[in-house]
Design a protein around this ligand. Sequence first.
Ligand code: NAD
Length: 437
Amino acid sequence: MKIAVIGTGYVGLVMGAGLAEIGHSVRCLDRDEDLIRELQQGRLPIHEAGLEELYARNMEEERLSFTSDPAEAVGDAVVVFVCVGTPSRSDGSANLDAVFEAAETIARRMTGYRIIVNKSTCPPGTTDAIAQRIAQLTTHDFDVVSNPEFLREGSAVDDFMRPDRIIVGAEDVRVLEIMRELYAPLLRTGNPFLKMSVRSAELAKYAVNTMLAARISMINQLSQLAEVYGADIEEVREGLASDKRIGGAYIYPSLGYGGSCLPKDVQACIRLARDRGVPGDLFEAIHSTNEHQLQRFIDRILGHYGAAIRDKRLAFWGATFKARTDDVRNAPGLRVVDALLDAGARVVAYDPVAGAKLKGLYGDRIETAAKTYAALEGADGLVIAAEWREFQSPDYERMAALMREPVIFDGRNLYAPRSVAERGFKYFSIGRPSPEE
Ligand code: NAD
């Protein structure tokens, strides 16, 4: 099938490469011309396991191409995917400007019937609004469907190629058949193709992300109970995870969730509830618990050093909102970095893949280390914000030899408190016994 993808960010690029991999001819468009130039020249703008291979193979096979010319992208595509960003506005609502702009681009360039598929996360009613805008600008026939994406950064290629399910919100049976055919190679394992109303599909995406955020906030709030009642949240987590009704996903205690999706989608739900006068207090609690968790983590670091923090040099491992991605958008770890800088500390950060992004964000305000242990030289403490594997079994002797003060603030509970303490470290983690101050 001839496919166009509008927006080649984390979702669009992975999806474009993934659809090419199953045999479709995919042309990707982005309004960022530099990005398209990079992609045409063989450079990938994001880090995702397996993406480079998919990209190289399908460029070579000429099933995947990139353009900044809308006419070239939309011209002969049967199906046009919209994968542009929908960030939060200051009132929490989803900013849909890029979605409508993409819709107008399609409307002005389509040369015949098209199926327009909205992959961007948008509030219920957006798909209808897209259809109205397109109808004002073209005389050609078209259908607009909602097809939310559930891939996770860090395992995006795998998630896209092996989806738990494909959700398509559409009314027209023929359109549903085309969508099913398009995705058929990804559903051979028997995972379902779920057809539903357009508005249900739109809301299903928010439902999933809000539920996942709720699990994280729940374990994080439980971690505070564990701390004050002398329990160990990791043992509690095992108790929870072993219950088949609950399972183990998204219940890892941490400094809080972040990234470009969960925070904005929870905010959007709060706004959607407020706009229609229905209760959104649970959504609000998910958000405020997350904020509180992050603030507690920051306060613990600031509280440990007190006024002396101005003379401290703190090492920082992992800048992204989780491991295996280079995405630093809304990363809670960066809020920690900001607070440390505000308090006058010096920060030396190491991230396995996001070093350049960190430099771009902070310039000379922080130092970046090229290697894990280099960040620890002369450090008065180490802050861990992301759970990269390479941080998980460190050489404690080497760490202690490099650091001026052996203190660890672990926002991911990577280590066993007793064994780190036995090695001479002051170890602060989440929801577990902390050393006496
Ligand atoms: P992104 O910011 O990484 O990429 C969006 C791209 O769209 C950018 O490259 C931008 O230049 C381009 N763009 C914006 N307006 C355009 C226009 N009018 N024409 C052409 N290009 C345009 O965003 P993302 O993380 O890929 O997310 C895209 C959507 O998918 C969002 O709604 C998001 O909520 C949703 N989503 C994201 C993820 C994720 O893990 N990132 C997962 C599932 C769903």
